[in-house]
Ligand binder design. Structure first.
Ligand code: ZN
Length: 378
């Protein structure tokens, strides 16, 4: 889901990182505050003062989002849910919790903890603003606290929309789960509502755009796309996690896949293997031992007229350059490995003998069949 990111600090054993997209938003936000928001509400200040206020507002918001996510993370940790990390990205923050909550009660409190922190921040910032106005603090300071009170209020309102996977949607899912005692059903309903709300925002955004309000229309459109995608992805992730839990690679792999001997040349490989079986990737073996794999991109690195002269052995990706799994590997772990390495095919070995091949397509085909059967029988 994320692009490049780097870690900045860790709190109570929780890694906190920033996605590169956040830097873009940080710059955009400082600029919007310095040339738009602050000059509008507090006219007649010098432009460098507006920039200082803009940067202070941006950093303040950064800390507030971090505190919001820490709220989720600490409550999760208190309930023995492992937290891998917190990442700040283009639409705010995300606390990556590695396990689903065991009970609707835990889910409810983990989900509501972030918005509770934000409500507290609204109150603190508002109190500071009132105190500052009464005690004659400089307008530069009061302007920033007033902004932070407002932005945290917006964060609370937006996050409490009952659209899964937003916090409000998680609260909604926890309530549904508690009501029917059926997490799968609750996830289904909550993610449909989330996806529906995303669609609504997309259409509303387009109408707003056509009506001439370019900036708000565009924001609504982008948020709608994001929400729709996130709701659908969360639902898939939930089902995939549940279907793969406790399953082994053995169940999903293709046994004895077509393997290429390392001593043939590329022309033979193309004629006898690629044109015959149309796979993307072929394990390369020496007798039964896996020594590497070859795909079309390795072949393409050699000019076609040289194919009869170049051996598979020469251009294959060697065994030492990629990871394999065993039939006993947990299926969810295998999927995580695909995500981490970006390769959708894994070779399955036992003591370096090739025994199977696992592809993301096969994995998902089986899962979606199972889900379809289940949803029909409900
Ligand atoms: Zn939250």
């Amino acid at each position: 889901m994320f692009g490049r990111k780097f870690n900045i600090l860790s709190v109570a054993g929780i890694q906190i990182g920033i996605d590169l997209s956040w830097l873009f938003i940080a710059a955009l936000l400082s600029w919007t505050l310095a040339v738009g928001y602050f000059p509008f509400y507090y006219p007649d200040l010098a432009s460098n003062v507006y920039w200082l206020m803009g940067i202070a507002g941006m950093l303040g918001l950064f800390v507030c989002i971090l505190l919001h996510e820490l709220g989720h993370a600490l409550v999760a940790k208190y309930n023995n849910l492992p937290i891998s990390q917190i990442t700040l990205f283009i639409f705010g923050g995300i606390a990556e919790i590695k396990k689903e909550s065991q009970t609707p009660k835990v889910e409810f409190w983990v989900a509501i903890a972030g918005p509770i922190v934000s409500v507290l921040l609204v109150l603190v910032m508002h109190a500071l603003t009132l105190l500052g106005e009464k005690s004659g603090w400089p307008v530069q300071v009061v302007g920033v606290t007033a902004y932070l009170a407002l932005i945290n209020l917006i964060i609370v309102i937006f996050n409490m929309i009952p659209a899964f996977p937003l916090d409000g949607g998680r609260v909604f899912r926890a309530l549904l789960w508690w009501w029917k005692n059926d997490l799968a059903w609750a996830t289904k309903i909550a993610s449909y509502v989330g996806a529906g709300f995303g669609l609504f925002l997309i259409f509303y955004g387009v109408f707003t755009l056509l009506g001439g309000n370019f900036i708000s229309g565009l924001w609504m459109f982008i948020l709608g796309l994001f929400l729709h995608k996130a709701a659908t992805a969360s639902r898939t992730q939930f089902y995939v996690g549940r279907e793969l839990k406790g399953e082994k690679v053995e169940k999903f792999m293709v046994k004895d896949p077509i393997a290429v001997p390392q001593e043939i040349n590329l022309k033979e490989f193309i004629d006898q293997y690629v044109y015959q079986s149309h796979h993307h990737l072929y394990p390369v073996v020496d007798l039964d031992n896996l020594v590497g794999y070859i795909s079309l991109s390795e072949v393409k690195s050699v000019p076609a007229e040289d194919w009869p002269k170049v051996y598979v052995k020469k251009v294959m990706v060697p065994r030492s350059a990629f990871q394999t799994v065993t039939p006993d590997t947990n299926a969810l772990e295998a999927l995580n490995l695909m995500n981490e390495t970006g390769s959708t095919t894994l070779l399955v070995t036992v003591r370096n003998q090739l025994v199977g091949m696992l592809t993301a397509q096969d994995l998902f085909k089986l899962i979606s069949l199972k889900i379809e059967l289940e949803e029909k029988s409900r």
